[in-house]
Each structure stands twice: as structure tokens, then as C-alpha cells.
Design a protein around this ligand. Structure first.
Ligand SMILES: [Zn+2]
Length: 216
């Protein structure tokens, strides 16, 4: 019996006990308003709440070496240098639903079905997972890889997820029905979370049959 138990633990990811640590960022009236404004201005989605219908998971790295500094980057409601009197794309601060530290601990920063600003064009349907690191001195770790695989399993079981992508792949969706960004000039160049990391997460989550990247 003991042997069988060990075998099960060995072969099946369900043996891995994980918890999600709640570490909420500020989501005050201002952030709610800015999020609704973002949905309306960028996507022509006028809705009473900043809710999303998750269809996609986007993996990232923060390019910041520590958990504290990464968390700080997402914590406040507005972008650090935002001036409401100056015209810009939006003052809404960037964020993600999850932040995974280098030791593999998973933190939930905000509700999974509230919009986070983390990927141009697709925020209305995308759950974001950020990973601490991605700088030269702090590459993503094996523990983060395992945590991301666990999270993708958790999310794809809970929601109707069709797509799993790395942030660097987001422009493949420019002609996809999910793409709603109104400004053709609003794009940023991304490399996170690296091709190797994506390859490994995809390999480990094959059973969900996520759709292949659309062709441009
Ligand atoms: Zn990113």
C-alpha cells in the first residue's frame, strides 16, 4: 500500500501539494474606473464591471530580480509617471493575476476574472502569470517552471482556456477574433518569458490541446 502511494506521487502531478498565497495589489475605485475606461477606449467594450471571460493564459517575466520590487511595480493603481493632464494611452498601471517568485511560491495579486493590464490587444480575455526575474543574473528557475505548469493546469481546469502563449508571441493574434486593440500603432516589442520556458510549459500541458498560434 505504501509502495503504491509512493508510485502515485511519483507519476502524477496531483500528488504535488500547492497553495496560492493571497497578496492583493491595490484595487480601489480609481483602478476599477481606469480598468473600465481601458476596456472601453482600447477595445470598445463598455461594461459596468471590469470583468473578463478568460480564454487565454499569457506567461511573463518581470525583468526585475526581486519579488519585492516586482510586486511594487504592480501594486499601485496608476502608472508611476502618469500625469492625468497629459494625453497618453492609459494611466492604468500594469499588473497580472499571479506573480511567481524565484522559489516557486505562487502569489495571487487580484481576482482571476478582473482585467489586468499585461498584454496589448488581449487583456479582455487573458489571465496573466508574471515570474520574478528574467534578467541576466536571475534567469527563471526550475521551481518557477513547475509552478507555472501547476498554475496552467489549475486555470485550464477551471476556465474554458483555448490559448497558452508567451508574451513575446502576442502579435500573432493581430488578425485573430480575440484581438480588440483599436490602435494599429500601439505595440511593444517583447521577449518574455523566453522560448525555452514556453516550450517546456507547453510540453507539460499537452493534454489540454491548446490551439496552435494563429498565422499572421
Ligand atoms: Zn510580459
Amino acid at each position: 500500500m505504501f509502495f503504491l502511494g509512493v508510485l502515485l506521487l511519483f507519476f502524477c502531478n496531483c500528488g504535488v501539494q500547492r497553495t496560492i498565497v493571497e497578496k492583493p495589489i491595490v484595487f480601489d475605485e480609481q483602478r476599477i474606473e481606469l480598468t473600465k475606461q481601458y476596456l472601453s477606449q482600447r477595445y470598445n467594450l463598455d461594461q459596468g464591471t471590469p470583468e473578463i471571460v478568460p480564454k487565454m493564459i499569457v506567461l511573463h517575466w518581470t525583468a526585475i530580480p526581486t519579488f519585492e520590487k516586482s510586486y511594487e511595480a504592480f501594486e499601485n493603481s496608476t502608472l508611476p509617471n502618469w500625469r492625468p493632464d497629459i494625453e497618453s494611452v492609459s494611466g492604468l498601471n500594469v499588473s497580472a493575476h499571479f506573480l511567481v517568485d524565484q522559489d516557486g511560491i505562487i502569489y495571487r495579486l487580484m481576482p482571476e476574472t478582473t482585467m489586468a493590464r499585461h498584454v496589448i490587444g488581449l487583456n479582455h480575455s487573458a489571465i496573466g502569470i508574471e515570474n520574478v526575474g528574467g534578467t541576466e543574473g536571475t534567469p527563471l528557475t526550475r521551481k518557477q517552471l513547475k509552478a507555472n505548469i501547476w498554475l496552467v493546469n489549475y486555470l485550464a481546469t477551471k476556465y474554458d482556456i483555448d490559448h497558452l502563449i508567451g508574451h513575446y508571441e502576442y502579435t500573432f493574434f493581430e488578425n485573430h477574433p480575440l484581438w480588440l486593440e483599436v490602435d494599429d500603432g500601439y505595440r511593444t516589442e517583447k521577449t518574455d518569458p523566453g522560448e525555452d520556458f514556453m516550450k517546456k510549459v507547453r510540453r507539460a500541458t499537452k493534454k489540454f490541446n491548446f490551439e496552435p498560434l494563429p498565422t499572421k
